[in-house]
Design a protein around this ligand. Structure first.
Ligand SMILES: Nc1nc2c(c(=O)[nH]1)N[C@H]1C(S)=C(S)[C@@H](COP(=O)(O)OP(=O)(O)OC[C@H]3O[C@@H](n4cnc5c(=O)[nH]c(N)nc54)[C@H](O)[C@@H]3O)O[C@H]1N2
Ligand SMILES: Nc1nc2c(c(=O)[nH]1)N[C@H]1C(S)=C(S)[C@@H](COP(=O)(O)OP(=O)(O)OC[C@H]3O[C@@H](n4cnc5c(=O)[nH]c(N)nc54)[C@H](O)[C@@H]3O)O[C@H]1N2
Ligand code: SF4
Ligand SMILES: [Mo]
Length: 719
């Protein structure tokens, strides 16, 4: 039971002083919080030790969560832009006027130019808001535009595409059983800073310590000696963009040396054996710089371990061969019998099984293509790398109006500077966001919802991806202020008011159905879904146990029954992925002295926002270009100098920081910086605006899915 059980079922009164449980929604670790409240204001934040998943963990961002609520820069009322660029001013307007203006602007684009004239971008925080998950996607559906984009295609699209092909559902993602594994093989992830991704693993540092204490090992492949690499049992530098060679050579080694023990429900292993035969460790060495003998040894160690889990994340997702990398990661787990095994990778059994209940579709591929470049959709979305050209290229289906939901694509997607210019030319733009940022500064109207502390929360997505099965419902801690709207209420109004203005409306029955669907609150939906899920974690129970209900360690013996494919079999060799090996074979081993640019995250950064939080930005600057001292000297530059970094797409001027943590030939910039643009309204902004890595990344560099290949962008660095 909880230690802080008082007043858990409604917002605290204005004069409340005491403790309250809360939740952090700033990353995938979903930590439970214990808040200290003095006269209605949050004055202290710590991790809740009674949370069965996060066990008291909290990071600096979580501690800063109340600062967002208190932030004077945050929008609390709808605003309308008057003027452009540096001269723009923002005028507060009432909700009715704001919603009508948005509906007018979007409906005009549709009435004059057709449905595809509205482009929509959904940013990362949508996955972290209950109202966005229950109502945001429903609103987006009412627009029926083909020009739908999200952070998925600058992030985990390869995982979803592959899961769809191999297992039959885009979100059927086996999770490393970190609490029991004895060999954790990590490619391109830095959970010590990121707290895990597609693996909800709060308290990673302690879980890793426990792993090592039971004799387990963590082996990391990364072009930078990261915070995670430093605490690993082994770290191997790998040249950016070449992991597919290394991973496939590991698969090849397993097969060549007879180290495999796959389950009976796996098809296509003969094909795998045939197509990976020429991906030898020697070829991997030539491309990646990882010695062939090390590739073989890691493969053998992996196969020999009693419970081993391979895992690859952003470093090998936003990658020219992201899908092939994720395929090889799945194969390592499958071939060694580690899928569905304790200490291997396991499917979760959440209280609301969004996959099993069919709340999220299985995914579909290439049902339509982007108008200009002809890139295929996946799951109803186009790769965001085509957004700029879809705005700028005239003709039928051109995007005339944009709606962004909790997103900042000007900083977050390839060639952000180009997108920035394109957005200035739109007929109309609207944003649902709590800040005037680099993207929303182009909006005609911004609609700001309540923030995390003011709304009820259940993690529909991240319990599905967690290293332990738990369930937790967190009622809003603070009351919704007068004159504020929750995000789901904004979605309902935007959808209904826009539809009311369309010349061609859907049939009345359909519209009534949509109105009803959008008017039921997220909390009521969660209660119904918990009931349907049948785990015993009902809403009544979750309200009585607000720290969360423990449903136990991830379960084994789930397969083949839970494989989403109707055949209940796994396709180990999807034809589309196998075909991409031709492109990989055509890659030439590196030569010349171009540097390769990669990204990074820091424990106190939060994608493209929160850079105005003093708590998070004080101390040493961390926006610099990291570069190996010899690479720096070879360019006649000294540590701390300002250098020009240039790619095919653009250039930036930024301070360099010499460090032997970088592999030779590789440089690193964090993403999410570059706040120096005109008209961005952050009065509290830290003096360091930094530069945007995405002014250098290239919308032409893509994975087979169209996912952005941020890592391994060729750049020059000059004085
Ligand atoms: N080069 C490079 N680029 C990258 C990456 C990389 O590693 N390298 N990473 C990529 C990845 S993984 C991701 S997920 C994307 C993220 O990029 P985006 O999808 O752009 O998401 P954020 O940067 O998190 O932007 C969030 C916006 O949402 C707003 N916001 C915050 N909370 C709320 C809320 O509760 N409601 C509403 N309505 N708005 C809110 C914030 O004000 C902010 O403007 O960036 C990608 N870009
Ligand atoms: N503090 C903090 N936490 C976050 C976020 C944040 O902004 N700040 N963002 C959240 C989001 S949206 C996400 S998606 C997750 C991401 O979670 P992670 O994937 O763990 O995060 P990154 O730090 O981007 O890790 C990518 C790693 O890949 C390495 N890398 C780059 N290129 C290559 C390559 O070609 N090969 C290999 N092997 N490695 C490469 C980089 O050096 C880096 O260490 O983090 C989440 N958590
Ligand atoms: S690890 Fe993630 S969820 Fe936990 S406190 Fe930090 S930002 Fe919040
Ligand atoms: Mo992400």
């Amino acid at each position: 039971m909880t230690r802080v059980g008082i007043l858990t079922n409604g917002p605290v009164p204005d004069d409340f002083t005491g403790k309250r449980l809360g939740v952090c929604n700033l990353c995938e670790a979903i930590c439970g919080l214990e808040l200290t409240i003095e006269r209605g204001t949050v004055t202290g934040v710590r991790g809740n030790p009674d949370d069965p998943l996060s066990r008291g963990h909290v990071c600096p961002k979580g501690v800063a969560i109340a600062d967002i609520h208190a932030d004077p820069d945050r929008l609390r009322r709808p605003v309308r832009r008057v003027g452009e660029g540096a001269d723009a001013t923002w005028v507060e307007i009432g909700w009715d006027e704001a919603l009508d203006r948005v509906a007018d602007g979007l409906a005009a684009a549709i009435n004059d130019h057709g449905r595809d004239a509205v482009g929509i971008y959904l940013g990362n925080p949508n996955a972290h808001s209950l109202g966005s998950l229950t109502h945001g996607t429903a609103m987006v559906k009412t627009f029926r535009t083909r020009n739908k984009f999200s952070a998925t295609s600058v992030d985990q699209l390869p995982h979803q595409f592959l899961a769809h092909l191999m297992y039959g559902h885009q979100l059927f993602l086996p999770i490393p059983d970190i609490d029991r594994t004895s060999y954790f093989l990590v490619f391109g992830a830095n959970p010590m800073a990121s707290n895990g991704s597609l693996m909800t693993v709060p308290d990673f540092p302690v879980r890793l310590r426990e792993l090592k204490a039971r004799g387990g090992r963590m082996v990391v492949f990364d072009p930078r000696r990261t915070e995670t690499a430093r605490v690993a049992s082994e770290h191997h530098f790998v040249r950016p963009g070449t992991d597919a060679f290394v991973l496939l050579a590991m698969v090849q080694t397993l097969l060549a040396e007879g180290l495999t023990s796959p389950a009976a429900y796996v098809d296509g292993l003969d094909v795998v054996e045939r197509v990976v035969a020429d991906f030898t460790p020697e070829l991997a060495e030539a491309h990646s710089g990882v010695p062939a003998e090390e590739v073989r040894r890691v493969a053998r160690d992996f196969a020999a371990a009693d419970g081993a889990a391979a895992y690859g994340r952003v470093g090998v997702s936003t990658h020219a061969f992201g899908t092939v990398c994720q395929w090889a990661v799945q194969l390592l787990n499958l071939l060694t019998g580690n899928l569905d095994r304790a200490g291997g990778t396991l499917v979760t059994t959440p209280a609301i099984d969004a996959v099993g209940l069919g709340l999220i579709g299985r995914g579909h591929h290439d049902v339509w293509r982007s108008r200009v470049r002809g890139l295929p959709e996946f799951g109803g979305e186009l790769p965001v790398s085509v957004l700029r050209e879809e705005i700028e290229t005239p003709g039928e289906g051109q995007i005339r109006a944009m709606l962004t939901l909790a997103g900042n694509p000007v900083l977050s997607t390839p060639d952000g500077a180009g997108l920035d210019r394109a957005m200035a030319g739109l007929d109309f733009a609207a944003a649902i966001d709590i800040y005037v940022n680099e993207t929303t500064r182009h909006a005609d109207v911004i609609l700001p919802p309540t923030t995390a502390l003011e709304r009820d929360h259940y993690d529909l997505v991240f319990h599905v991806l967690a290293v332990r099965d738990t369930a937790r419902f967190t009622p809003a801690v603070l009351a919704k202020p007068d004159g504020a709207l929750h995000d789901w209420e904004i979605y309902r109004e935007v959808a209904l008011r826009t539809q009311a203005r369309l010349r061609t409306k859907p049939p009345l029955g359909k519209r009534l159905q949509q109105r009803l669907r959008l008017s039921v609150s997220p909390t009521v939906m969660v209660a119904a879904l918990l009931q349907r899920g049948g785990s015993g974690a009902t809403m009544r129970r979750l309200r009585a146990e607000p720290a969360g209900v423990d449903l136990g360690p991830l379960r084994t013996g789930q397969l083949p029954e839970r494989i989403p494919h109707r055949s209940k079999r796994i396709d180990a060799a999807p034809a589309l992925v196998v075909a991409d090996l031709e492109r990989l074979r055509a890659v030439e081993a590196p030569q010349g002295d171009d540097l390769l640019l990669i990204g990074r995250r820091h424990q106190r950064d939060c994608n493209s926002w929160m850079h105005n939080s003093e708590r998070l930005t004080k101390g040493k600057e961390r926006h610099q270009l990291l570069i190996h001292p010899e690479d720096l000297a070879a360019r006649g530059l000294s540590d701390g100098a300002v250098a020009t970094v240039a790619s095919r797409v653009g250039s930036v001027r930024v301070e360099v920081l010499a460090t032997e943590d970088m592999m030779r030939g590789v440089v690193s910039l964090p993403h999410g910086y570059g706040h120096g643009r005109d008209g961005v309204r952050l009065q509290r902004a830290n003096a360091v605006a930094g530069v945007s890595i995405n002014d250098l990344t290239d919308p032409e560099l893509l994975d087979m899915t169209g996912n952005a290949a941020f890592n391994g962008v060729p750049v020059t660095v000059t004085a």
